[in-house]
Write a protein that binds this ligand. Structure first.
Ligand SMILES: Cc1cc2nc3c(=O)[nH]c(=O)nc-3n(C[C@H](O)[C@H](O)[C@H](O)COP(=O)(O)OP(=O)(O)OC[C@H]3O[C@@H](n4cnc5c(N)ncnc54)[C@H](O)[C@@H]3O)c2cc1C
Ligand code: SF4
Length: 512
């Protein structure tokens, strides 16, 4: 009998799931899995060293698991002298080495890589990545004919489709959304366990040394490193979150505290996005915690909404909108990203705090990303593509399909309102209500004018004035414009003039 020629099975760094489509469609007796740590992927954006270390360690452990299950794995380490440097070049090298012509891949989560695979001169099949609840086809049908696509409507469909927190056709507890019970400020004296800290084992320790040598000068602290890097560790991190933090997840979802970088957040985004955890297993576990009386409905519903609602919605939007999505700039913002995002000193305590935490942890929670760093970039009119590159680089959970719609759509309104119904902007009062940052700031959050006035207060009105024609008829914003119009003309002029002065100092590279 003639042995069929082997096929290559490509497993990318964010496809570390044993039931990913390419693996399901391959044959361990015939096929060879290709996994490669390549410089092209580590350098197309200046990724945080912790993020690179997490991905490489997780890839190495996944390859070992595959071998343990009987697969042949052609694995290329970053420092292998034969390393061809890119996914495309590694596929060609392995095809030549094994006499293979056919490649089975799972579609990457980024248009850039989809195009790279399309251009590989082999017979390459990209299978849909079906680790998600909502398929591209389903979303296209749902979106068709809708003037606006709102996450809340989409989310209800996902609840019905999955049966999560449902009593027959009705939402458990009688309501779809319990957000009015959420979003309270947090008290500093409440002790929280924080995420599970996993000590690096020998595989991770070797990766840390490699990453230190190659990427140690980049923005971001590599050590201490406490992320889990395999499925067993990710499952332990999930259980730790459910036991210690889930019950108050909803209540303190939007709170920020100087001394607590995690509050009740799960810190599992990276495990979900790189394939160590499955979104439905996580949601079922959270729903079970509610059914068992361990977590209240506002926590379970709020958490599940983030995953089957927001996470699925942003992914579907990314693929529905096509490769040009990341180039959008509806508000025509063109300021350079200020150096403070890369750690240059600033007297704005909220920004200083979130950037420092980002540098240390490769993590900030949603409200820090949206209402501190994102809010400031939007108010200051920073070019959204520069903001996008920053978020894609600095967070360990950043993969383009989830990062880009969150940054360009939700945070920077660069897609003109596809993701968000209005821009997420605020003055200092919001940050003051939800955090303890303002108490230790050089600026005074209650001042609207003067040398110590909180810059958010002035930039807020500057932004709204710049974009008045676009937003004044938005039903959720017209009242804000009426408030502005009711202020003394001289006061309005001072606020706008001081905002201009602030932006000029920012452009001149002064520490603001
Ligand atoms: C500007 C900006 C950039 C972002 N970039 C990313 C990114 O690169 N990768 C990423 O996974 N998330 C991103 N988010 C969404 C969110 O901030 C992170 O998912 C969350 O902070 C991850 O931390 P956690 O696991 O502790 O989440 P938790 O707050 O504990 O939430 C649980 C899970 O819900 C999901 N989730 C929550 N909010 C969102 C959301 N808006 N979109 C998609 N999933 C969500 C995540 O999988 C998360 O792990 C971004 C948000 C903003 C505003
Ligand atoms: S006063 Fe303004 S700049 Fe300072 S921490 Fe508060 S919101 Fe940030």
């Amino acid at each position: 009998m003639v042995t069929p020629e082997p096929r290559l099975v490509l497993v990318l760094g964010d496809q570390l799931s044993h039931d990913v489509a390419a693996l399901r469609n391959a044959d361990p007796a015939r096929d060879i899995i290709v996994m490669a740590e390549v410089m092209a992927e580590a350098t197309y954006a200046p990724h945080h060293p912790k993020k690179i270390a997490f991905v490489l360690a997780a890839m190495r452990k996944f390859a070992a698991e595959l071998r343990g299950r009987g697969w042949r794995v052609a694995y290329t380490a970053l420092d292998d002298p034969q390393n061809a440097g890119s996914i495309r070049a590694e596929l060609l090298r392995r095809a030549h080495q094994h006499g293979a012509q056919d490649v089975i891949a799972t579609q990457p989560g980024e248009w850039r890589l989809i195009a790279e695979l399309d251009a590989v001169p082999l017979t390459l099949l990209q299978l849909p990545d079906d680790r998600f609840i909502c398929s591209q086809g389903w979303f296209a049908r749902w979106a068709k004919g809708r003037k606006v696509r709102r996450m809340e409507h989409f989310y209800r469909e996902m609840r019905r489709a999955t049966g999560l927190l449902m009593d027959g056709d009705a939402p458990a507890g009688g309501k779809w959304n319990y957000d009015h019970e959420n979003r309270k400020p947090a008290r500093a004296e409440m002790l929280r366990a924080g995420p599970l800290r996993t000590e690096p084992d020998a595989v991770t320790a070797a990766v840390l040394d490699l990453v230190e040598a190659r990427f140690g000068t980049r923005f971001g602290r590599l050590r201490p490193f406490h992320f889990a890097t395999d499925r067993a560790g990710a499952l332990r991190a999930l259980e730790h979150f459910i036991t210690h933090a889930l019950p108050d997840f909803g209540t303190y979802q939007d709170a920020m505290l100087s001394q607590d970088r995690y509050l009740n957040h799960a810190v599992i985004g990276l495990y979900l996005n790189f394939g160590l955890l499955d979104s439905m297993e996580v949601c079922h576990r959270v729903a079970a915690a509610w059914r068992d009386g361990h977590a209240p409905i506002n926590a379970a519903e709020g958490f599940i909404r983030q995953i089957i609602g927001w996470r699925e919605f942003v992914r579907a939007t990314y693929f529905q909108e096509g490769p040009s999505y990341t180039a959008r700039n509806t508000l025509a913002h063109d300021r350079d990203l200020p150096p403070l995002y890369w750690g240059a000193p600033t007297r704005m305590n909220c920004l200083s705090h979130v950037v420092e935490q980002t540098r240390d942890e490769a993590y900030a929670h949603h409200i820090q990303r949206l209402m501190v760093t994102g809010n400031f970039a939007l108010l200051a009119g920073v070019a959204p593509q520069q903001v996008h590159e920053w978020y894609l680089s600095v967070y360990a959970d950043a993969v383009e399909w989830v990062e880009a719609p969150n940054t360009l759509g939700m945070s920077q309104f660069a897609d003109g309102g596809l993701i968000a119904s209005k821009p997420y902007v605020s003055g200092g009062a919001y940050i003051n209500r939800m955090s303890d940052y303002c108490a230790r700031c050089h600026y005074r959050v209650k001042d609207r004018t003067g040398p110590r006035a909180c810059p958010f207060n002035q930039l807020y009105w500057h932004f709204l004035t710049r974009h008045r024609t676009r937003f004044e008829h938005n039903p959720r914003m017209s009242r804000i414009y009426r408030n502005w119009d009711g202020m003394e003309p001289a006061h309005r002029e001072t606020v706008l003039g001081e905002a201009e002065g602030f932006l000029a100092r920012l452009d001149a590279g002064a520490a603001v």
